[in-house]
Design a protein. Structure first.
Length: 221
């Protein structure tokens, strides 16, 4: 199978499947974004967690979002990317520490690749604010239990997403309009018209919604 691994990682069939999946997901991702699993090696992981610890980012996913955005903005500017690469190479050349012989580097890499890797740390995304959400242990658990259809929504009902509690204010032919119940002043919920932003939920967003259990419901403000 070595001849099928030109990059030392994927076979030609695996590469073709990944490309096909990217093409298949593009339309839905264009509308609702993309959620995926990411692995960071120890150096990058420690770097990102340091930013979270200092309050620069809320969690690793926000860090990935911001850094990807910066990379996307930089992508058209080849001259800036080349300059950054030159500076990185020059910094390595100017490093005062003694160089490591190639054979020693090769031996270290072979040793690392042959040894079992420690289990990676796993960030558990927290669900904030609403008592009903606080009973859910993780975003993964919430995702397993959520999912609504257009017919499940009614004007005035409340539902949950991973970002909090919402109240339906209007229902369209294929969409639902709702306000987020995160206001300190309950008068902001008076309407229509509403003094706060109304958000649109489409058929893709319905998959991330869950009705509020009667035990957790609260009177309309």
């Amino acid at each position: 199978m070595a001849e099928d691994l030109p990059d030392g990682w994927r076979t030609a069939e695996e590469k073709a499947r990944d490309i096909a999946q990217a093409r298949a997901l593009k339309e839905q991702a264009r509308k609702g974004g993309l959620r995926f699993e990411a692995y960071l090696p120890s150096g990058l992981a420690e770097w990102v967690l340091d930013f979270v610890e200092r309050g620069v980012f809320v969690d690793p996913s926000e860090a990935v979002f911001v850094i990807f955005g910066e990379h996307k903005d930089l992508e058209p500017h080849a001259d800036l990317r080349q300059e950054a690469l030159k500076r990185s190479i020059q910094a390595a050349i100017d490093d005062p520490r003694p160089s490591i012989p190639y054979e020693e580097v090769k031996e270290r890499m072979e040793k690392l690749s042959s040894e079992p890797r420690p289990e990676p740390a796993i960030w558990r995304k927290q669900l904030y604010g609403d008592p009903a959400l606080l009973e859910v242990k993780s975003l993964e658990e919430f995702a397993e239990t959520c999912g609504m259809k257009h017919a499940d929504f009614q004007i005035g009902m409340e539902f949950l997403t991973a970002t909090g509690r919402w109240r339906v204010t209007d229902i369209g032919t294929r969409t639902v309009i709702a306000i987020k119940l995160d206001q300190a002043d309950p008068r902001n919920y008076n309407g229509p018209p509403y003094s706060i932003v109304e958000s649109v939920f489409d058929e893709y967003a319905f998959e991330g919604c869950a009705p509020v259990d009667v035990a957790h419901s609260r009177p309309n403000s």
